[in-house]
Ligand binder design. Structure first.
Ligand code: PEP
Ligand code: MG
Length: 573
């Protein structure tokens, strides 16, 4: 049996015939030879109209089968109507510098590259949208209409990559699994596959030329494997494992609607991390206890102009009102580090994670900070706002930020602009210095949320994005759990709410330890909610406390992992 390794981007196992989806690439520079610029520009209008027609049809189809994905097509229509790109294409054709298809390719590539350069996964996905619309236009230039994927029966879809419109239009009843040569955890294909519950194995590397249409393959996204050339008894084993997995997944999904209450009756709040308030995320509001982390960076990334107060107020209101009385922890701007924003024109730094990031940047740009605070406070009348400061390193940082907030409140009072006077102010504990001063910090603020992603990075001195040092970025190191325990104690003793909103909160093994350390609120991405609730419902708090004590006594991350695996999932679940 042949094995290929990839990234299991959506868990699950499937066996079936493979469908090789290899859309041809349109070669530019031949289609419009000898045509006048005027004729090409007239054709450009026809092509855009035809593209719009295709997109509208796909949107209508998708609205029936997958309403949450239908807005991708609306976003693609907006790209078609983009005035700046349209003008640049027209200019190139008009001046004779390029033929229509070349101009489309050049300008769309330019904007896709700009989005990619932001270095943020969300913007990389926007770049994929731009490429998707580019390919649609080029196909239409060549006189080819959208022929779909040609799926007949249930199959394993194999492709080099899938465009956003491919995945949004997928007929999910016909797809057993997705496997691609490129792509990773945060790619569009991964996100859609997870939301559809379709197993997906991505980034396998070149394999398409080694398979033939219709041959049986298995995808085991749990183990990160694509298997080909097997015997019938081997496929039978995979079919059995697929069934067992599907049964377990169904049991886990049922926990979404339940509260997380341990077997001895201790309730742990489960809240949501939101990075871009899409409708699918807001739709989870009834099943969670609020938003534990509303990252506001998306409003500032990939654009030349800063978002103004009105735009920000509108977005914050939308999220606050979706969650009603439930707390929404809005984190003020955390740009810098890995997230760069053109609209802020930041200087290049040698060590951006140790540089002018987040609150430090806000202190440097009072205009930006004040506008965000004003917008957040104005939106506070729509729900239950808690404001949170990222990258707090000292008590000076807290006091300085409080002065800003007070000034903005006075300004709003002076104008008679309404806002809630009950807004809580808290900090992210993600720099070790403030974790060590948690007792003092807890006197100064209303709440804290532990940012374990950065706390781990700064504690272990290992860049969270650098694959070369990922072995040193040990989120299961006992040192991190000890520090978290100290912060939880300091805030809890003063009756101040404390939560955790890093990736660790969405890991079932870690969640047991965190609950044992005294955390009663964990925040995570929507996909983690059912599995964390299931895990917490399956344990007793005294077990969790014993696990936390034991973990803090151990001395390596691997010892912690082995202990948790052995104690809480002896069958490898
Ligand atoms: C963290 O650092 O743990 C966190 C939640 O914030 P971000 O990942 O946005 O830095
Ligand atoms: Mg952080």
């Amino acid at each position: 049996m042949k094995r290929y390794r990839g990234i299991g981007a959506s868990q699950g196992i499937a066996v079936g015939p493979v469908h090789l989806y290899c859309p041809g690439k349109v070669e530019t520079g031949r289609i419009f030879v000898g045509q006048t610029a005027k004729g090409q520009l007239a054709r450009y209008e026809e092509i855009k109209a035809a593209a719009r027609e295709e997109l509208t049809r796909l949107q209508a189809q998708c609205a029936q089968s997958a309403p949450e994905q239908a807005n991708i097509f609306a976003a693609h229509c907006d790209l078609l109507a983009d005035v700046v790109m349209g003008q640049e294409i027209t200019q190139l054709v008009h001046s004779g510098q390029a033929m229509l298809d070349q101009a489309i390719e050049q300008i769309y590539n330019k904007y896709a590259a700009m989005m990619d350069s932001v270095g943020d996964p969300m913007f990389q996905e926007r770049a994929r949208d731009i490429e998707d619309v580019r390919d649609r236009l080029l196909r239409l230039c060549a006189g080819q209409t959208d022929g779909g994927m040609g799926l007949e029966g249930p199959c394993i879809l194999a492709a080099r990559d899938l465009l956003p419109s491919d995945t949004a239009a997928l007929d999910r009843d016909k797809i057993l699994a997705i496997v691609t040569e490129v792509g990773g955890q945060t790619s569009h294909s991964a996100i859609i596959a997870r939301s559809y519950g379709i197993p997906a194995l991505l980034g396998v590397g070149p394999f398409l030329s080694e398979l033939h249409e219709g041959q049986t393959v298995a995808v085991d996204a749990c183990e990160g494997e694509l298997l080909a050339d097997g015997q019938e008894e081997q496929w039978a084993q995979y079919r059995q494992r697929a069934q067992a997995f599907a049964l377990r997944a169904e049991q886990t999904a049922a926990y979404l609607e339940r509260p997380a209450i341990t077997q001895d009756g201790v309730r742990v709040s489960v809240t949501l991390n939101i990075a871009d308030p899409r409708d699918e995320e807001l739709a989870l509001a009834p099943y969670v206890d609020g938003v534990g982390l509303f990252r506001t960076e998306f409003l500032f990334l990939g654009r030349a102009e800063l978002p103004d107060e009105e735009e920000q107020t509108g977005v914050y209101r939308k999220v606050l009102s979706a969650f009603g009385d439930k707390p929404v922890i809005l984190r003020t701007l955390d740009i810098g580090g890995d997230k760069q924003a053109d609209c802020l024109k930041l200087p290049k730094e040698d060590n951006p994670f140790l540089g002018k990031r987040a609150l430090r940047l806000c202190f440097d740009r009072p205009d930006v900070f004040r506008t965000q605070l004003r917008a957040a406070l104005r939106a506070s009348t729509a729900g239950n706002l808690w404001l949170m400061l990222p990258m707090v390193g000292s008590m000076d940082d807290i006091r300085r930020a409080k002065t800003f907030l007070r000034q903005v409140q006075e300004e709003l009072d002076g104008e008679g602009t309404p806002y809630s006077h009950d807004v809580k102010l808290g900090i992210m504990v993600e720099i070790p210095s403030i974790a060590l001063l948690a007792e003092q910090a807890a006197e100064e603020v209303d709440f804290a949320s532990i940012g374990s992603n950065d706390l781990c990075q700064y504690l272990m001195a290992a860049d969270r994005l650098n694959g070369e040092v990922s072995a040193y970025y040990q989120s299961m190191n006992p040192a991190l759990f000890r520090l978290i325990g100290m912060v939880v104690d300091a805030f809890s003793r003063r009756g101040k709410p404390v939560s955790l909103c890093g990736e660790l909160g969405g890991d079932p093994q870690a969640a047991v330890v965190l609950a044992g350390l005294g955390l009663r609120k964990l925040s995570m991405g929507g996909d983690a909610v059912p599995r964390i609730k299931e895990r917490l419902c399956g344990i007793r708090m005294d077990q969790a406390q014993a696990a936390a004590r034991q973990v803090c006594r151990l001395d390596t991350a691997s010892a912690v992992e082995a202990y948790l695996r052995h104690t809480f999932s002896p069958n490898g679940q």
